[in-house]
Design a protein around this ligand. Structure first.
Ligand code: PRP
Length: 212
């Protein structure tokens, strides 16, 4: 059972941020039943706290609307939305970069070379801003996943995507040309003030020694 009086923390439903996000919530002293993982919303067993599992890209929307009090999200998502959120804590995990890369064999090796070329990405705003700042006119092809395969398929000349280990770039024989920004997971709060959130803020500031 969930309740509107609970503090709600939105985290990634699927993907690399989920486990470290759950670990962070546990580190604040909040416990939950492992068997419930897989449900879209779960209630902590020892505090009036709920964990809401949603798509990464949607977390800012829940925060903005006040439907979730807090969220754990990659800064890359925040930059792409172009909105400001109150960051309570930088979490030190989910470190990655948004880069532009081209096929190893390609003659596109610098930002200037991208003039009039086609770049596939799911980060259209971040890429558009970067190209504008560098006075480059290129076609942005919006793709929502598996971006790295698009040059081989002839759909793009370069890609703009997140790199974490670099394995995907290596697999698809792509070389970085430029880094647009670096990112990590952050703990953000909703702009709607609510006293109930203090339990979270206190624990982030002073640790989890307080009782529920
Ligand atoms: C991201 C990104 C790259 C990949 C890079 O995708 O879009 O494809 O990670 O990571 P690497 O440098 O460690 O190889 P992810 O697997 O997170 O899923 P997504 O396609 O849903 O974004």
């Amino acid at each position: 059972m969930t309740s509107a009086k609970n503090i709600r923390i939105a985290i990634q439903k699927q993907g690399r941020l989920q486990d470290p996000s759950l670990n962070f919530i546990r580190s604040l002293g909040f416990e939950f039943k492992k068997e419930q993982l897989g449900e879209l919303i779960i209630q902590c067993t020892n505090a009036p706290v709920e964990i809401l599992f949603v798509r990464n890209i949607d977390i800012p929307e829940y925060i903005k609307a006040g439907v979730a009090d807090f969220g754990i999200v990659g800064e890359n998502i925040i930059y792409e939305r172009g909105e400001r959120y109150n960051i309570i804590k930088r979490l030190g995990f989910g470190k990655c970069k948004l880069i532009i890369a081209s096929p190893r064999e390609s003659s596109l090796r610098t930002i200037e070379n991208l003039q009039d070329e086609r770049i596939a990405t799911s980060y259209t705003k971040s890429l558009q801003d970067f190209l504008r700042q560098n006075n480059i006119n290129a076609s942005i092809i919006e793709i929502n996943g598996s971006v790295e395969i698009t040059p081989k398929l002839g759909l793009s000349d370069a890609i703009c995507d997140i790199v974490q280990t670099g394995n995907t770039l290596k697999t698809y024989e792509l070389e970085p040309i430029a880094t647009i920004f670096e990112s990590e997971a952050v703990f953000i709060e909703s702009p709607y003030y609510n006293k109930k959130k203090n339990i979270i803020l206190e624990r982030i500031q002073y640790g989890n020694s307080k009782t529920c």
